[in-house]
Design a protein around this ligand. Structure first.
Ligand SMILES: Cc1cc2nc3c(=O)[nH]c(=O)nc-3n(C[C@H](O)[C@H](O)[C@H](O)COP(=O)(O)OP(=O)(O)OC[C@H]3O[C@@H](n4cnc5c(N)ncnc54)[C@H](O)[C@@H]3O)c2cc1C
Length: 480
């Protein structure tokens, strides 16, 4: 039931995946809802992230497959030399963005959400300022306010971008040209996905990683096998322990590489282009957080597990934050899940988020995925709680479907509690790893035991049997 003393029951600031889910969920439950967007409906994911990057990966993945003569010859297939049109690949991504953006906007309108264009900010408790594109400024009040302002690419100091020769993922998704030689700074999931696209389309890649080894955020065993296939076997020169301390746009682009520890100059590279993929920073500037005394953690908004914004560890009444701006597992489905948790709590249905069961995927060819605890965190938990940690590996080379596809490079690592059998985490590299992880994510969400999971029947022959084998091995190792 709406409260007539407010303009809206809920105002959401930011129409990315987090804001979209929150606004739709609120309107679907009868709350009078408005959403404020200063840029493009759909935010990063739809316009500059998941959607266009997956379109580029889909197209370039097909080029890679058709260009792999020896792989095709193993099936007895001989294709003509593969040709592609860069502009058509870029158009495919762009058209997909437009379709999904339109669908998302219509979905909100159909749900009854009021879409307000402009820049939103807080104006004290239960009040939101709106600066419209025309310059008109007004203040609205709402029973509850949800901040969902997302994030932007992080460009480290010393790196100058011009959007054409030195750029971030925001520009890379337009695929405006194909540099002969591109340096990618960062070997996280965004750097890896673009390296996959560029190498498939014939570019030479130098990957620069500041940490002492590439793919530092991945499970070390998965990084080893994935790195062998996704980096070492391709036209990629991976350099770790090096800091790109100065990057100057131009033709060529100049990169000063320094030793990460000593900061001493090691080498100067001259390349055609540079993609800066060094992480993302929260979009929380200009929100007038001071009006409610909110202090951020390096720009990230502090929240509890119900999505309430915290000041001095205490929730601010009627103020919520979701998505990348909160800095928790910065992924589209996390933002969406947080959005619906916030609204459930607004509706009075107490609910907390379970970050442990949220999966993550890198859409390279093949893919990488994970859910739950890292091995290091699982070891810490095991010693704190006094249980024995189990770890088993299941290989794609023992899987009939992977063998039939001649795609048997792959590994799944499953972490579990050897006494209770509870699944604690999984890390996968291999064909369709992003789909395979969902089954384990569901098990983690239900805190299920491999004792039960190992009895569940999997379709033969499917890649899901890689997971079944892991569950069975784990069940055979349970103690007592
Ligand atoms: C290249 C790339 C690939 C990615 N691939 C994946 C993937 O495959 N899977 C996945 O799960 N995630 C992926 N992500 C991450 C995903 O895009 C983000 O986690 C997700 O978009 C976060 O959603 P959000 O709603 O928190 O914020 P955003 O999507 O960033 O949306 C925030 C919105 O708020 C608006 N805004 C900001 N400030 C204001 C203001 N003051 N007033 C009004 N509006 C404002 C912004 O304009 C923006 O539209 C990818 C990201 C990138 C960059």
């Amino acid at each position: 039931m709406s409260d007539a003393s407010f303009d809206y029951d809920v105002i959401v600031i930011g129409a990315g995946y987090g804001g979209f889910d929150a606004a739709k969920h609120a309107a679907d439950h009868g709350l009078k809802t408005a959403i404020i967007e200063s840029r493009d409906m759909g935010g990063t994911c739809v316009n500059r992230g998941c959607v266009p990057s997956k379109a580029l990966l889909a197209a370039s993945g097909k080029v890679r497959e058709l260009a792999d003569d020896s792989h095709l010859a193993s099936f007895g297939i001989h294709a003509a030399p593969v040709r592609f049109e860069r502009q058509k690949i870029a158009d495919h991504a762009n058209q997909l963005v437009q379709t999904i953006r339109t669908n998302l906007t219509k979905t909100l309108e159909r749900a009854g959400v009021t879409i307000l264009r402009g820049h939103g900010r807080l104006e004290g408790a239960q009040r939101v300022g709106l600066r419209e594109p025309s310059g008109v400024d007004r203040v609205l009040n709402a029973k509850d306010v949800i901040i969902a302002t997302g994030s932007d690419p992080f460009v480290p100091p010393g790196i100058e971008t011009d959007g054409r020769t030195v750029f971030t993922s925001d520009e890379a998704i337009n695929l405006e040209w194909l540099p002969r030689w591109i340096a990618i700074i960062g070997s996280g999931y965004i750097g890896l996905e673009f390296a996959d696209v560029y190498t498939a389309l014939g570019c030479e890649v130098t990957m620069i990683e500041a940490m002492d080894k590439v793919m530092p955020t991945f499970d070390p065993d998965i990084a080893k096998i994935a790195g062998r296939h996704l980096i070492d076997s391709r036209d990629i020169d991976a350099r770790s322990g090096l800091l790109a301390r100065k990057v100057t746009p131009g033709c060529p682009v100049q990169i000063e590489l320094a030793d990460f520890n000593s900061r001493e100059l090691v080498e100067t590279l001259e390349v055609d282009a540079v993609l800066v993929a060094t992480g993302r920073v929260p979009s929380s500037k200009g929100l007038n957080l001071e009006s409610l005394g909110i202090e951020t953690n390096r720009g990230f908004l502090p929240i509890d597990d119900t999505m309430r914004v915290l000041v001095n560890d205490q929730p601010v009444p009627h103020l919520w934050a979701v998505g990348d701006v909160t800095g928790k597992l910065m992924l589209a489905h996390t933002a969406a899940a947080q959005g619906s948790v916030a609204v459930d709590n607004i509706l009075g249905h107490q609910r907390q988020i379970d970050y442990r069961s949220i999966p993550a995927a890198t859409f390279t060819h093949p893919e990488i995925s994970s859910v739950g605890l890292s091995e290091a965190d699982a070891k810490t938990l095991a010693s704190e709680q006094g249980f024995q940690l189990g770890s088993v590996r299941s290989y794609f080379k023992a899987n009939s479907k992977a063998l039939a596809e001649l795609e048997s490079d792959g590994l799944m690592k499953l972490l579990f509690n050897k006494t209770s059998g509870e699944v604690l985490g999984a890390h996968i590299y291999g064909l369709h790893a992003a789909d395979l992880i969902q089954e384990v994510a569901n098990a983690v969400a239900r805190r299920q035991s491999v004792r039960q999971l190992s009895t569940e029947v999997h379709t033969h022959p499917t890649l899901s049997e890689v997971v079944e084998v892991a569950y069975k091995q784990a069940a055979s190792q349970l103690v007592a």
